[in-house]
Design a binder for this molecule. Sequence first.
Ligand SMILES: C[S@@+](CC[C@H](N)C(=O)[O-])C[C@H]1O[C@@H](n2cnc3c(N)ncnc32)[C@H](O)[C@@H]1O
Length: 232
Amino acid sequence: MLKALLRFFKHALTHLGAALPEKALHGLQMALNYMKLGRWMRTQGFRFPRRFQHREQVFETVASLVRDRQVLYLEFGVFKGASMRWWSQALKNPASRLHGFDSFEGLPEDYDEMGGKYVKGWFSTGGAIPQIDDDRVRFFKGWFDQTLPGYTPPEHDTLVINLDADLYSSTIYVLRALRGHIRPGTYIYFDDMSRPDHEPRAFEEFMAETGLKLRPLAADVTLNNAFFVCEG
Ligand SMILES: C[S@@+](CC[C@H](N)C(=O)[O-])C[C@H]1O[C@@H](n2cnc3c(N)ncnc32)[C@H](O)[C@@H]1O
């Protein structure tokens, strides 16, 4: 009886799916993603001491700790430079360096499933690099697997990494490439945790293969934007 009811329910769902616009299905998928994100944080044992309304408040939690140190701020996924600009204002030490990596050609593959707008090429600036009036800022244009192998980080006493490339493939590549530079006291920020198969998957795989421990510091209310610090 129960089996028959379940089959009827699944049958009805297929009709509902056929009738709904793709956008509605995407909305349902995203609602489920946020529930999965809450569950994922819980199963990882991550409890954020602070949850804020805006990502700039999440940034500020770490900026307030490091602003006068010699920071190397690395950003992966720059787009028009909104977050690079924020960090350029926040970091006060003249010896700090801010390096931004991006193809400036947009996402290398689809990020969204059916009905979402984030498809291959989304976020393209047509190759244009942001103009930021700060000598400490430098951009590395190209795909991460082209720009990172030849990259040598300059001297610094604190490393802050902003991962904002959205995709699993891009995020795991960066984490593995930076493995040798991630130490206790390195701050790592994830900008889009909302798709469990992307940044959270890269995060989890990286922790499993390296044995590194990341402690949660601050997140926004949705848990989409989250800062961690490496504890070794
Ligand atoms: C969400 S946007 C970055 C937004 C930016 N941090 C901000 O806050 O305004 C993601 C960026 O990642 C870049 N990206 C993703 N994967 C990449 C890869 N493998 N190599 C280079 N750039 C990549 C895209 O070109 C895109 O500009």
